[in-house]
Design a protein around this ligand. Structure first.
Ligand code: AMP
Ligand code: MG
Length: 421
């Protein structure tokens, strides 16, 4: 493992925006992320049984054709098409048979038929098969009606996949069907990117660990279990970095340790420009920070930085904003870093079941779910309302401009599953 080639780290100014950038529209922010990030993980070869959900690091080609030989698609009798006439006829059977994995030895004599079973390689001379239900037989000959189509009930060699054809492209995430295709074409292992290791750190003096004793002025850390869970669902490796207090030196130590263990660091809280926003202050000190003021609700601002070569996304502290930014910005970024390339979530366009007057100037995401084909939204838009995140099954995306929505107005809906959740 030690001699594995590592891609170069991202540069410190990787996320810098041009001077004078004010509010960055969501689409521009995504375009910038897409332009700046590339795979940071190295490559490994894994056996098929460990390849599910991994990201392919190179095109996969068929090592052999599928099927490798012409074979029978049914249980029946094989013959030469040239021997078949129109109307009733009989053909004597030769001794022996062709079964899957037990081929017929020799070649079929002209004017004869041979017993063949599903999946059996066609004996030499056989080009057409008749279904056993369509013949009568006494064990020595078969009687049936012609005509038959040339090649009836047979499968051609390579009709599924030719040898050497690209069966799976680089950057694809391996599915269960892909495992079947790879196995069928001769693969026992696949070359994949190493799993992206994504660290999750919560920041804030007010945070207590879930289930611990909490002072009345403390709240439980809700973001960490949520974001760690999201990373696991995306197919990456979550790394729990714990909670850091609002203390610059301690936070620095947390980030130093994180940079050694992770390919990407996601923090939540402390990302704005307030007195206790130590994350943005620290990244600013090292000159590797860009505060992207993104025209999004909920969610601004998003701190993007590079800590000792490791990219860092500073998510907002509010749990709703933290999840929205994880799905809208961090998820596609992770895909790029992990070698998956760019994957835009697939939206549904559905009628609204709600009323809302949206002001222009920023994109909005509402906690939503589909009922009877219509998008319902949570009763409150407060970004501290975690119950709404749990109520929701996805997000409604409202465009940057103004919009008056009444029941029936078409809206864009992303089920959580569209992001890989
Ligand atoms: P901040 O961005 O640090 O100012 O935090 C914004 C809001 O989110 C504050 O109300 C925080 O208490 C809250 N918050 C920050 N981190 C978390 C967390 N991990 N879990 C739940 N709430 C949080
Ligand atoms: Mg804070």
């Amino acid at each position: 493992m030690g001699d594995k080639l590592q891609p170069p780290p991202l540069t410190d100014d990787c996320f810098a925006l041009p001077a004078g950038t004010e509010w960055t529209p969501v689409d521009s922010a995504l375009a910038e992320i897409r332009r700046r990030l590339r795979p940071v993980v190295s490559i490994e070869t894994v056996p098929l049984d460990q390849a599910l959900c991994r990201v392919l690091a190179s095109d996969v080609k068929a090592l052999r054709a599928n099927p490798p030989l012409p074979n029978s698609a049914v249980d029946g009798y094989g013959m030469r098409h040239d021997d078949i006439v129109d109307g009733p006829q009989t053909l004597p059977l030769v001794a022996g048979r062709a079964a899957a994995g037990a081929p017929f030895e020799g070649a079929l004599t002209a004017g004869h038929a041979v017993r063949v079973l599903t999946g059996a390689a066609l004996p030499d001379g056989v080009d057409t098969v008749i279904l056993q239900e369509d013949v009568t037989t006494d064990g020595r000959a078969i009687a049936f009606h012609g005509p038959l189509k040339p090649g009836a009930n047979t499968r051609k060699a390579g009709e599924d996949v030719d040898k050497g054809a690209v069966i799976l492209p680089r950057a694809r995430r391996v599915t269960v069907a892909d495992l079947a295709l790879a196995a069928a074409t001769g693969h026992k292992e696949l070359t994949v990117y190493q799993r992206l290791r994504v660290g999750v750190l919560s920041t804030g003096d007010e945070l207590a660990e879930a289930g611990d004793m909490a002072r009345p002025d403390q709240i439980y850390d809700a973001n960490r279990p949520m974001v760690l869970g999201a990373i696991a669902r995306f197919g990456f490796t979550p790394v729990d970095l714990g909670r850091a207090p609002d203390n610059r030196q301690k936070l620095r130590d947390f980030l130093d340790r994180a940079a050694d263990r992770c390919d990407l660091i996601l923090t939540s809280g402390g990302a704005s420009a307030g007195d206790e926003d130590h994350l943005s202050a620290l990244l600013n000190e090292t000159g590797a920070m860009a505060l992207w003021r993104i025209a999004i609700k909920p969610g601004r601002p998003l701190a993007l930085g590079v800590w000792r070569g490791t990219p860092l996304f500073g998510l907002p502290g509010n749990p709703v904003a933290a999840l929205v930014c994880t799905l809208i910005f961090a998820r596609p970024a992770m895909g790029l870093l992990a070698g998956e390339g760019w994957r835009a979530p697939q939206a549904l366009h559905v009628p609204a079941a709600f009323t809302k007057t949206k002001k222009p100037g920023r994109r909005e995401y509402l906690r939503a779910r589909l009922r009877d084909g219509k998008a319902e939204v949570f009763r409150s838009e407060g970004s501290g309302r975690i119950s709404g995140l749990s109520w929701a099954e996805g997000l409604v995306e409202l465009p940057d401009g103004a919009l008056d929505i009444a029941p029936g107005t078409p809206v864009t809906y992303y089920p959580y599953s569209a992001f890989g959740l």
